[in-house]
Design a protein around this ligand. Structure first.
Ligand code: SF4
Ligand code: SF4
Length: 368
């Protein structure tokens, strides 16, 4: 007996697949499945988070609908995956945010932008919002740097604590202590995650409605992921500039934080736009429709982060700077505080699943 109906269905499918084994070369899910004869809830959550939803095993399967076995591994694992994120959420009281996630994130984002607009006007002279501010420290005419740093540090710290607690619950449920090969497994998982090794349907690409595999989903995912990392690096370098070199933002076009932020911003616009386009072409049989809001909300939040950041860079010397700063900070603040309760967590859980897979593989190889 399993905790949910979806886990019951995942168990049924994994039992069928374990007898068939036709797809064992497609990704990490099937070799990991073959290491087991029975599946606990934790095992199924592990396999679900190992799946990259490429769709290859659905297209290749001789038992997919209309066959009576009704085997749809990508969709069932996508549903189990989303359920697992809510189940491991910390604190548990906020796990409900995973349901109707698109609505929740939209409301939080709107409130956050409104709070920055109101805050800028209320805590300084309301005219600063439409004024022209230039030169070093221009942003801090609207909000003191100390207040900005304290607010975003608190939001970031909260996100880190919540994600760590969720990851701990997931790891306890799926794993065991890694032991002496921990470093090797972490490195292997980092390499596999960094190049999205299993998002390629066994080497041909992701499958869409027309059943013609393509690498576009992987390319847009790379642009999004590395765009996000570059933006994070830009913020980190700017923080070092501020505290170590006593240099205040905004910086010149050629300064490192701006170069990193611009490249990251472009990635965060093109990548999410491409992911949305690719999503619209996917075979509807593969998609968990109940999670459309969560998927789209996260992609849009990343795109808005890139777009508002680039708009702020372009128009920072004009009267639009105040409103754009409120918009950008509002979006980024909402993104930070909702990181533990949205699609962002797929990266964390998938990474941990890859670590466990690498450890299991090494253990199996040693025993052979
Ligand atoms: S998805 Fe279908 S073809 Fe692939 S292993 Fe499972 S039952 Fe076999
Ligand atoms: S959808 Fe792709 S990644 Fe997921 S189980 Fe099937 S082949 Fe593996």
């Amino acid at each position: 007996m399993h905790g949910t109906r979806i886990l019951e269905e995942a168990d049924r499918l994994m039992t069928v697949c374990n007898s068939c084994r036709y797809c064992e070369g497609l990704c990490a899910v099937f070799p990991a499945m073959e290491m087991r004869r029975a599946f606990s809830d934790g095992d199924l959550n592990y396999l679900a988070n190992l799946c990259h939803s490429c769709g290859a095993c659905y297209t290749d399967c001789q038992f997919s609908p209309p066959h009576e076995f009704n085997v749809n591994v990508p969709k069932t694992l996508a549903m189990a995956r989303a359920e697992s994120w809510a189940a491991y959420a910390w604190p548990r009281a906020l796990s409900g945010l995973f349901a109707r996630n698109g609505v929740a994130i939209s409301i939080i984002c709107a409130l956050s932008v409104a709070a920055f607009l109101f805050g800028f006007a209320a805590f300084t002279d309301p005219r600063v919002l439409t004024g022209v501010h230039t030169g070093a420290g221009a942003f801090y005419a609207l909000m003191p740097h100390s207040a900005m740093a304290a607010l975003f540090s608190a939001a970031f710290l909260y996100a880190i604590v919540a994600l760590t607690m969720s990851a701990r619950a997931f790891w306890r449920d799926i794993g065991e202590p890694i032991g002496v090969s921990a470093g090797v497994s972490l490195w292997q998982a980092t390499r596999d995650a960094g190049r999205l090794r299993y998002l390629d349907g066994g080497g041909v690409g992701c499958f869409n409605e027309d059943e013609r595999p393509t690498d576009r989903r992987k390319i847009y995912h790379h642009l999004t992921f590395y765009g996000f990392l570059l933006c994070f690096a830009a913020t980190s370098v700017a923080t070092l500039y501020h505290y170590l070199l006593a240099r205040e933002a905004p910086y010149a076009w050629w300064d490192l934080p701006v170069v990193l932020g611009t490249l990251g911003g472009v990635g965060l616009v093109i990548g999410p736009a491409g992911l949305l386009a690719e999503r619209s072409k996917r075979d509807s049989a593969l998609i968990d429709r109940a999670r459309t809001g969560m998927d789209v909300a996260f992609i849009l939040m990343l795109m808005l982060t890139g777009l508002t950041g680039l708009a702020l860079l372009l128009l920072r010397d004009t009267a639009a700077m105040g409103a754009l700063l409120a918009l950008h900070l509002g979006v980024v603040f909402a993104l930070f505080i909702t990181l533990p309760y949205g699609k962002f967590v797929h990266g964390l859980y998938r990474y941990l699943a890859l670590v466990r897979y690498a450890a299991e593989r090494r253990m199996t190889e040693r025993m052979e």
